[in-house]
Design a protein around this ligand. Structure first.
Ligand code: GLA
Length: 387
């Protein structure tokens, strides 16, 4: 890929003098969904697919962007003096947002750049193509200008940009999984204090398979913010009767004890989901450590059921993919992953069942939904790097 992106850089920006190339991964979350803004645990991993970047410093303050995924948009020009979100050139708001966020954190970006990107994460699929671009941009800025930031800082800066520049109220999971990714490991992250550990994912005789529903998200982002505020209101109601900082502070028993303080059935379901999912995540990681992959799979399935019935973020596309997956021998666990409302499912599938899985789930999906799903057998990769 390095060669292709360099070639394109030369074609678009003239020559290869001083150009450096980089990569940042996408991510998939194995379990612990919608818990990262509730002070709970998540268990994502970085992928070997992601975003490639070729970049060169400029001597002025100009920014020139080109994406091989959106060639029709051509070169998009901007400048460090004009770091405001733009409607027309949507994707450039991710690198621009990160440049703006560095400035907000006291690290004013001193010079412009030419930036060429190519992503092999399916766009809008819920595998964090945007967080991947954010972390990549931060990594390039650090390399170009010597900013004193760790990879964890890059995750926080990316999230800050997403929240305050792009106005999506996301948690820390995506940027953290990408910035801190480690080959063949998932990250067990406690979002209440960012303490984390790497857990080896050695699935003997099985692989992680991602199915993309190809459903465009549409309303996803506003529903995301809606779930978030439902949880915040439920938390405020619970705080009247018990001393907690977040829903992640509750276990199942204490939730059942205090849940009547929540004044609406809908909010009670949302909060219940968040509390139970957090506990499921902790138990799933324990199961994995004990080599009990079957239990890990059951917890993934239970996660999907509650995302469908309590949190209500799945929809017919994701439910079809998951419910068809559950019918197949050799599927250890299957659930939606990411924000939901479209996007992808993640399944752990025994090697000998992968072809059948792709065939049967693919056919059933197309029959019911009317268009195709895409399947990816993925590997767990490292965080950002110069390539
Ligand atoms: C999106 C957000 C994350 C997280 C997930 C749901 O990917 O960006 O912060 O909340 O949804 O788990």
């Amino acid at each position: 890929m390095k060669k292709e992106i360099m070639q394109k850089f030369v074609e678009v920006f003239g020559d290869a003098e001083g150009v450096k190339t980089y990569f940042a991964p996408g991510r998939v979350n194995l379990i612990g969904e919608h818990t990262d803004y509730n002070g709970g645990h998540v268990f994502p991993c970085a992928l070997t697919i992601g975003t490639y970047g070729a970049a060169r410093k400029r001597t002025d303050h100009k920014l020139r962007f080109f994406s091989m995924n959106f060639e029709k948009l051509g070169v998009i020009e901007s400048s460090l003096e004009d770091l405001v979100p733009s409607k027309e050139a949507g994707w450039t708001n991710y690198p621009k947002g990160v440049m703006w966020a560095f400035g907000q954190k006291g690290m004013k970006v001193p010079g412009g750049m030419d930036l060429m990107l190519y992503g092999n994460i399916p766009n809008g699929s819920g595998l964090s193509s945007s967080a991947s671009v954010e972390v990549l941009t931060g990594y390039i800025l650090k390399d170009f200008f010597g900013f004193d930031v760790t990879n964890q800082d890059l995750a926080l800066i990316g999230q800050y940009a997403e929240n305050n520049f792009n106005k999506v109220n996301c948690g820390i999971m995506d940027q953290f999984a990408i910035a801190m990714g480690k080959k063949d490991h998932a990250i067990f992250l406690d979002t209440s204090d960012l303490s984390f550990e790497y857990a080896p994912i050695a699935l003997e005789g099985a692989k992680i398979v991602i199915a993309s529903s190809n459903k465009k998200r549409g309303l996803g982002d506003s529903k995301y913010n809606e779930r978030r505020s439902e949880c915040e209101t439920a938390l405020a109601e619970l705080q009247k009767v018990t001393d907690i900082r977040s829903l992640g502070d509750l276990d199942e028993e204490s939730f059942e004890k205090y849940q009547s303080a929540i004044q609406s059935d809908v909010r009670r379901k949302r909060a219940k989901y968040a509390v139970y999912e957090n506990r499921r995540t902790v138990r799933a990681v324990e199961a994995l450590k004990a080599n009990d992959v079957a239990l890990f799979g059951q917890l993934m399935n239970a996660s999907h059921v509650s995302l469908r019935d309590d949190y209500e973020v799945t929809g017919i596309e994701l439910d079809t993919l998951v419910e068809e997956a559950w019918k197949i021998d050799g599927v250890i666990g299957s659930r939606m992953t990411g924000a939901g409302f479209g996007g992808c499912t993640v399944s752990i599938v025994k090697d000998e069942a992968i072809d059948t899985f792709i065939d049967k789930v693919g056919k059933a999906y197309e029959n019911k939904i009317g268009y195709k799903a895409d399947f990816y057998v993925v590997e767990i990769g490292d965080g950002p790097s110069e390539i």
